[in-house]
Design a protein around this ligand. Structure first.
Ligand code: PGA
Length: 256
Protein backbone atom coordinates (compact mmCIF):
# COMPACT_ATOMS: atom_id res chain seq x y z
CA UNK A 1 0.00 0.00 0.00
CA UNK A 2 1.33 3.39 -1.00
CA UNK A 3 1.61 6.05 1.69
CA UNK A 4 -1.17 8.64 1.59
CA UNK A 5 0.29 12.09 2.08
CA UNK A 6 -1.13 15.58 2.45
CA UNK A 7 1.57 18.25 2.37
CA UNK A 8 1.10 21.96 3.00
CA UNK A 9 3.31 24.48 1.22
CA UNK A 10 3.04 27.71 3.19
CA UNK A 11 5.25 29.57 0.67
CA UNK A 12 6.38 33.03 1.85
CA UNK A 13 3.47 33.56 4.25
CA UNK A 14 2.96 33.83 8.02
CA UNK A 15 5.34 35.45 10.50
CA UNK A 16 6.97 33.44 13.26
CA UNK A 17 4.11 33.69 15.74
CA UNK A 18 1.41 33.04 13.16
CA UNK A 19 3.31 29.98 11.95
CA UNK A 20 3.61 28.56 15.47
CA UNK A 21 -0.12 29.11 16.08
CA UNK A 22 -1.20 27.50 12.82
CA UNK A 23 1.04 24.50 13.41
CA UNK A 24 -0.30 24.01 16.97
CA UNK A 25 -3.85 24.08 15.62
CA UNK A 26 -2.98 21.54 12.92
CA UNK A 27 -1.43 19.18 15.46
CA UNK A 28 -4.42 19.44 17.80
CA UNK A 29 -6.91 18.82 15.02
CA UNK A 30 -4.85 15.99 13.57
CA UNK A 31 -4.74 14.25 16.95
CA UNK A 32 -8.50 14.64 17.40
CA UNK A 33 -9.76 14.01 13.91
CA UNK A 34 -7.38 11.93 11.82
CA UNK A 35 -8.11 8.25 11.92
CA UNK A 36 -5.86 6.72 9.33
CA UNK A 37 -2.28 6.16 8.34
CA UNK A 38 -2.10 9.42 6.37
CA UNK A 39 1.10 11.41 6.76
CA UNK A 40 0.92 15.20 6.96
CA UNK A 41 3.90 17.32 5.97
CA UNK A 42 4.15 21.04 6.65
CA UNK A 43 6.64 23.08 4.61
CA UNK A 44 6.96 26.47 6.34
CA UNK A 45 9.39 29.31 5.59
CA UNK A 46 12.92 28.22 6.57
CA UNK A 47 12.97 30.47 9.65
CA UNK A 48 10.26 28.26 11.19
CA UNK A 49 11.76 24.84 10.48
CA UNK A 50 13.50 24.24 13.79
CA UNK A 51 10.72 25.69 15.94
CA UNK A 52 8.04 23.58 14.28
CA UNK A 53 10.12 20.43 14.64
CA UNK A 54 10.41 21.21 18.36
CA UNK A 55 6.71 21.99 18.69
CA UNK A 56 5.74 18.70 17.05
CA UNK A 57 7.94 16.71 19.45
CA UNK A 58 7.47 13.00 19.06
CA UNK A 59 4.09 13.19 17.31
CA UNK A 60 4.87 11.35 14.10
CA UNK A 61 1.74 11.85 11.98
CA UNK A 62 2.93 15.34 11.06
CA UNK A 63 6.44 16.01 9.70
CA UNK A 64 8.25 19.14 8.64
CA UNK A 65 9.81 19.93 5.28
CA UNK A 66 11.70 22.80 3.68
CA UNK A 67 10.50 24.59 0.54
CA UNK A 68 13.93 24.70 -1.08
CA UNK A 69 17.67 24.10 -0.61
CA UNK A 70 20.69 25.52 -2.39
CA UNK A 71 22.36 23.43 -5.09
CA UNK A 72 25.83 23.48 -3.48
CA UNK A 73 26.65 21.72 -0.21
CA UNK A 74 28.28 24.65 1.65
CA UNK A 75 30.47 27.70 1.21
CA UNK A 76 30.38 31.38 0.29
CA UNK A 77 26.77 31.65 -0.91
CA UNK A 78 25.43 34.49 1.19
CA UNK A 79 21.81 34.03 2.13
CA UNK A 80 21.43 30.45 0.95
CA UNK A 81 20.37 27.43 2.98
CA UNK A 82 21.92 24.00 2.42
CA UNK A 83 20.51 20.49 2.62
CA UNK A 84 22.68 20.00 5.70
CA UNK A 85 21.16 23.07 7.37
CA UNK A 86 17.68 21.73 6.75
CA UNK A 87 18.52 18.24 7.98
CA UNK A 88 20.11 19.66 11.13
CA UNK A 89 16.79 21.31 12.13
CA UNK A 90 15.19 17.86 12.27
CA UNK A 91 13.08 18.53 9.15
CA UNK A 92 12.65 15.41 7.03
CA UNK A 93 11.38 16.56 3.63
CA UNK A 94 12.27 19.17 1.04
CA UNK A 95 10.30 20.43 -1.95
CA UNK A 96 12.46 20.52 -5.07
CA UNK A 97 11.55 21.93 -8.47
CA UNK A 98 8.41 23.85 -7.52
CA UNK A 99 7.27 25.79 -10.59
CA UNK A 100 7.74 29.08 -8.71
CA UNK A 101 11.43 28.17 -8.27
CA UNK A 102 11.72 27.01 -11.88
CA UNK A 103 10.02 30.19 -13.10
CA UNK A 104 11.15 33.07 -10.85
CA UNK A 105 14.62 31.70 -10.09
CA UNK A 106 15.39 30.00 -13.41
CA UNK A 107 16.05 26.62 -11.85
CA UNK A 108 16.77 24.15 -14.62
CA UNK A 109 17.20 20.39 -14.67
CA UNK A 110 20.95 20.61 -14.02
CA UNK A 111 20.46 22.61 -10.82
CA UNK A 112 17.48 20.51 -9.74
CA UNK A 113 19.35 17.23 -10.13
CA UNK A 114 22.13 18.62 -7.90
CA UNK A 115 19.53 19.57 -5.29
CA UNK A 116 17.98 16.09 -5.38
CA UNK A 117 21.42 14.55 -4.91
CA UNK A 118 22.32 16.85 -1.98
CA UNK A 119 18.97 16.21 -0.30
CA UNK A 120 19.40 12.44 -0.62
CA UNK A 121 22.94 12.61 0.75
CA UNK A 122 21.53 14.29 3.86
CA UNK A 123 18.90 11.56 4.21
CA UNK A 124 16.10 14.00 3.41
CA UNK A 125 13.01 12.96 1.45
CA UNK A 126 12.71 15.12 -1.69
CA UNK A 127 9.24 16.04 -2.97
CA UNK A 128 10.07 16.54 -6.63
CA UNK A 129 7.55 18.72 -8.51
CA UNK A 130 6.75 18.42 -12.19
CA UNK A 131 4.07 20.10 -14.27
CA UNK A 132 3.30 21.76 -17.58
CA UNK A 133 2.42 25.38 -18.37
CA UNK A 134 -0.88 26.42 -19.94
CA UNK A 135 0.78 26.70 -23.37
CA UNK A 136 2.32 23.23 -23.04
CA UNK A 137 -1.06 21.75 -22.13
CA UNK A 138 -2.81 23.50 -24.99
CA UNK A 139 -0.16 22.37 -27.49
CA UNK A 140 -0.89 18.78 -26.51
CA UNK A 141 2.76 18.19 -25.53
CA UNK A 142 2.22 18.03 -21.79
CA UNK A 143 3.11 14.37 -21.32
CA UNK A 144 6.40 14.91 -23.16
CA UNK A 145 7.19 17.85 -20.88
CA UNK A 146 6.56 15.72 -17.79
CA UNK A 147 8.69 12.88 -19.19
CA UNK A 148 11.58 15.27 -19.77
CA UNK A 149 11.31 16.75 -16.27
CA UNK A 150 11.45 13.22 -14.79
CA UNK A 151 14.27 11.91 -16.99
CA UNK A 152 16.55 14.91 -16.75
CA UNK A 153 16.36 15.26 -12.98
CA UNK A 154 15.92 11.69 -11.74
CA UNK A 155 18.02 9.97 -14.39
CA UNK A 156 21.11 9.73 -12.15
CA UNK A 157 19.28 8.65 -8.96
CA UNK A 158 19.87 5.04 -7.92
CA UNK A 159 16.83 2.80 -7.31
CA UNK A 160 17.89 2.53 -3.66
CA UNK A 161 17.87 6.31 -3.25
CA UNK A 162 14.70 6.70 -5.27
CA UNK A 163 12.80 4.93 -2.49
CA UNK A 164 13.01 8.23 -0.58
CA UNK A 165 11.58 10.39 -3.37
CA UNK A 166 7.97 11.60 -3.62
CA UNK A 167 6.58 13.17 -6.77
CA UNK A 168 4.12 16.06 -6.97
CA UNK A 169 2.27 16.74 -10.20
CA UNK A 170 1.44 20.43 -10.23
CA UNK A 171 0.12 21.84 -13.49
CA UNK A 172 1.48 25.39 -13.53
CA UNK A 173 -1.83 26.74 -14.86
CA UNK A 174 -3.62 25.41 -11.77
CA UNK A 175 -1.33 26.80 -9.08
CA UNK A 176 -2.94 29.60 -7.11
CA UNK A 177 -5.35 30.28 -9.98
CA UNK A 178 -8.50 28.59 -8.70
CA UNK A 179 -8.37 26.37 -11.81
CA UNK A 180 -7.94 22.71 -10.96
CA UNK A 181 -7.10 19.82 -13.22
CA UNK A 182 -10.17 17.63 -13.55
CA UNK A 183 -9.83 14.25 -11.83
CA UNK A 184 -9.47 12.64 -15.29
CA UNK A 185 -6.79 15.11 -16.42
CA UNK A 186 -4.85 14.60 -13.19
CA UNK A 187 -5.21 10.81 -13.29
CA UNK A 188 -3.92 10.69 -16.88
CA UNK A 189 -0.72 12.47 -15.90
CA UNK A 190 -0.26 10.56 -12.63
CA UNK A 191 -0.58 7.26 -14.49
CA UNK A 192 1.93 8.50 -17.05
CA UNK A 193 4.35 9.48 -14.27
CA UNK A 194 4.07 6.06 -12.66
CA UNK A 195 4.72 4.29 -15.96
CA UNK A 196 7.70 6.52 -16.65
CA UNK A 197 9.12 5.88 -13.16
CA UNK A 198 8.64 2.19 -13.86
CA UNK A 199 10.86 2.41 -16.93
CA UNK A 200 13.44 4.65 -15.19
CA UNK A 201 13.66 2.42 -12.09
CA UNK A 202 11.42 -0.61 -11.88
CA UNK A 203 7.70 -1.12 -11.84
CA UNK A 204 7.50 -2.45 -8.29
CA UNK A 205 9.31 0.66 -7.06
CA UNK A 206 7.08 2.94 -9.14
CA UNK A 207 4.09 1.20 -7.64
CA UNK A 208 5.30 2.11 -4.14
CA UNK A 209 5.92 5.78 -4.97
CA UNK A 210 3.46 8.35 -3.61
CA UNK A 211 2.46 10.83 -6.32
CA UNK A 212 0.70 13.95 -5.00
CA UNK A 213 -1.52 16.33 -6.91
CA UNK A 214 -1.10 20.10 -6.44
CA UNK A 215 -2.85 23.11 -7.92
CA UNK A 216 -5.87 24.78 -6.32
CA UNK A 217 -6.69 21.62 -4.38
CA UNK A 218 -9.15 22.27 -1.54
CA UNK A 219 -11.63 20.44 0.66
CA UNK A 220 -14.31 20.65 -2.05
CA UNK A 221 -12.36 19.00 -4.89
CA UNK A 222 -9.99 16.75 -2.90
CA UNK A 223 -12.44 13.80 -2.58
CA UNK A 224 -12.77 13.37 -6.36
CA UNK A 225 -9.07 13.90 -7.01
CA UNK A 226 -7.94 11.54 -4.24
CA UNK A 227 -10.36 8.86 -5.44
CA UNK A 228 -8.26 8.42 -8.60
CA UNK A 229 -6.17 5.26 -8.77
CA UNK A 230 -2.79 6.98 -9.08
CA UNK A 231 -3.34 10.04 -6.86
CA UNK A 232 -1.90 9.41 -3.42
CA UNK A 233 -2.51 12.78 -1.80
CA UNK A 234 -1.94 16.46 -2.34
CA UNK A 235 0.54 19.30 -2.17
CA UNK A 236 -1.60 22.17 -0.93
CA UNK A 237 -0.74 25.86 -1.13
CA UNK A 238 -3.51 28.36 -0.32
CA UNK A 239 -5.76 25.91 1.51
CA UNK A 240 -2.91 24.85 3.81
CA UNK A 241 -2.89 28.27 5.47
CA UNK A 242 -6.13 27.51 7.32
CA UNK A 243 -6.03 24.63 9.78
CA UNK A 244 -9.67 23.65 9.24
CA UNK A 245 -9.32 23.50 5.44
CA UNK A 246 -6.08 21.56 5.61
CA UNK A 247 -7.43 18.97 8.05
CA UNK A 248 -10.62 18.53 6.01
CA UNK A 249 -8.43 17.66 3.01
CA UNK A 250 -6.43 15.16 5.09
CA UNK A 251 -9.61 13.55 6.46
CA UNK A 252 -10.26 12.10 3.01
CA UNK A 253 -7.77 9.40 4.01
CA UNK A 254 -9.46 8.52 7.30
CA UNK A 255 -10.19 4.83 7.64
CA UNK A 256 -13.90 4.01 7.41
P1 PGA B 1 -2.18 26.20 -4.53
O1 PGA B 1 -0.61 25.94 -4.56
O2 PGA B 1 -2.81 25.07 -3.75
O3 PGA B 1 -2.35 27.53 -3.83
O4 PGA B 1 -2.66 26.23 -5.94
C1 PGA B 1 -0.09 24.65 -4.69
C2 PGA B 1 1.41 24.70 -4.71
O5 PGA B 1 1.98 25.65 -5.26
O6 PGA B 1 2.08 23.79 -4.18
Amino acid sequence: MRKKIVAGNWKMNLDHQAGLSLYSEIIHMAKDELRGQQQLIICPPATLLYSLVQLGGTYSQVSIGAQNIYHESHGAYTGEISAEHVASTGAKYVIIGHSERRGYFNEDSFVLSKKIDLALRQQLYPIYCVGETKEERESGDYLKVITQQLEEVLGQVTPQDFKRVLIAYEPVWAIGTGLTASPEQAQEVHQHIRLKLGSLFDHALADETSILYGGSCHAGNAPELFAQADIDGGLIGGASLKSRDFIEIAKNFNAN
